[in-house]
Ligand binder design. Structure first.
Ligand code: NAP
Length: 412
């Protein structure tokens, strides 16, 4: 019998769109730590606009961006959407997910109801002038992150995506494996391959911060596949062991204490002490690498705490490529090192469709492990984000089950 609302873990008949759904919702009056901000509510299933697809979510991946959404800073995404288009007054996050196409909007022709898909995290207006003039869509002024900047992400029974966000799900991967890795893997792939001439080449040392994290665990494997030598930074022996199994050399950052914004260079005593810390870290890096070669590419995302060290260590004409700022977004650049050594500081944000398909291909071929470390139930979305917020998450990527009744299923 067709109903208006179905319990999480159950499915309506294929193609039947109920009027309402369960969603893990953030509202402005709950902004704060994730356990406070997320709450399961019943909301209306959104209409499917032209060019878009309604997907029944089987599993959703967890990422740091919805920690920011929960906190309401540095951007209040609900207020931002309110200013732009009125908005809904609430946020349904989730920028990674796998599921089944349940309804398609007008003009959609590359996917059909019943297709099993992985959803990629960004969309844009394909008719935008910058894209028509040849820009990478990720650099378009119309580009937005699904389930962060935009509403109706994967933390609900149904989600809305553009048709090109749907990538065929590899039949060999479970719903939760498929949901867990695309955002971090594709972001790392773009960082390591997307900025010529600073792409990872065989024998290039690559310094990877947060090696046991979502991005880091993908970056270690991708750097290795490209022939590079991944050197991962971690904060515990357990995480170091995890990175070594993925093929990285490791450094424990807790043995050093020079992190954060450097003192003013005019305060020579304190600045010199800070520089001594950076150099000690550099010597450890040489020691674990076994040679005095600087990293050709530094994969950055902690930001404020680590960027000065990254820029100092990076090779001449090498690149520090940054996609986040977990520890703070006001990071100092010592311009002397930047210009005298002709280093590159490159911003990088998620990935275009070709880059997404590349990492899904590697996972489907069994060459990239999604590194799924934790699978939780739908009602624990806030708790899992709380782990990320407190840096207490297990190594790798995490996911929650939504439509999938149990872990390990590869089909409906
Ligand atoms: P994650 O799984 O939480 O891993 C982050 C890792 O960073 C942690 O495992 C931790 O490792 C390390 N870390 C935390 N604080 C640090 C600090 N102060 N100094 C040095 N290392 C620190 O998160 P993730 O999924 O890898 O994402 C990392 C960041 O990248 C987040 O800010 C996220 O928003 C951003 N990101 C951006 C994009 C994009 O498209 N722009 C895509 C993905 C992620 P240790 O404690 O072991 O060192």
């Amino acid at each position: 019998m067709k109903r208006d609302l179905y319990e999480v873990g159950t499915m309506p008949p294929l193609g039947h769109v109920p009027e309402r759904m369960y969603a893990s919702v953030i509202r402005p009056d709950r902004f704060g730590p994730p356990t406070q901000a997320f709450r399961t509510e019943v909301v209306d299933v959104p209409q499917v606009p032209r060019g878009q697809v309604l997907v029944l979510v089987m599993a959703a991946g967890i990422n740091f961006n919805n920690v920011w959404a929960a906190l309401g800073r540095p951007v209040d995404v609900i207020a931002m959407r309110g200013k732009q288009s009125g908005g809904e007054g609430f946020h349904i996050g989730g920028s990674d997910g796998s599921g089944i196409v349940w309804a398609v909007g007008e003009s959609v022709n590359s996917v059909a109801v019943g297709d099993h898909v992985i959803m990629s995290a960004c969309h844009w207006d394909e008719s935008a002038e910058d894209i028509r003039l040849g820009a990478d869509p990720m650099t378009s002024s119309t580009q937005r992150v699904w389930g962060y900047e935009d509403n109706f992400g994967s933390f609900a029974q149904f989600t809305l995506v553009a048709e090109y966000q749907c990538i065929p799900k590899p039949p060999s991967l479970s719903w939760e494996e498929s949901a867990a890795f695309l955002l971090t893997a594709a972001t790392a792939y773009r960082q390591l391959t997307g900025w010529p001439p600073n792409t990872v080449q065989p024998a290039d040392p690559v310094l990877i911060w947060g090696g046991a994290g979502g991005l880091g665990s993908m970056a270690i494997q991708l750097a290795g596949l490209l022939g590079g030598i991944p050197v991962a930074v971690v904060s515990s022996e357990e995480k170091a062991e995890y990175c070594r199994k993925l093929g990285a050399l490791t450094i424990d950052r807790t043995e050093f204490d020079h992190w954060g914004r450097p003192p003013e260079a005019s305060d020579t005593e304190r600045f010199d002490a800070w520089l001594a810390g950076v150099r000690a870290f550099g010597r450890r890096y040489w020691e674990v690498l076994g040679s005095r070669r600087a990293p050709r590419v530094v994969l950055e995302h902690p930001g404020q705490d680590t960027l000065p060290t990254s820029l100092y260590l990076c090779d001449s004409a090498g690149m520090v490529v940054i996609c986040g700022a977990t520890s703070g977004f006001q990071a100092d650049v010592d311009l002397r090192f930047l210009w005298m050594r002709q280093k590159r500081l490159q911003g990088s944000h998620f990935a275009n469709v070709r880059q997404c398909r590349a990492v899904v291909h590697l996972a489907a071929a069994g060459r990239l492990d999604p590194c799924l470390s934790m699978v939780e139930t739908f009602d624990r979305i806030g708790d899992v984000h709380q782990l990320l917020y407190e840096n207490r998450q297990p190594p790798g990527n995490m996911a929650v089950l939504v439509g999938a009744p149990e872990p390990g299923l590869t089909a409906a």
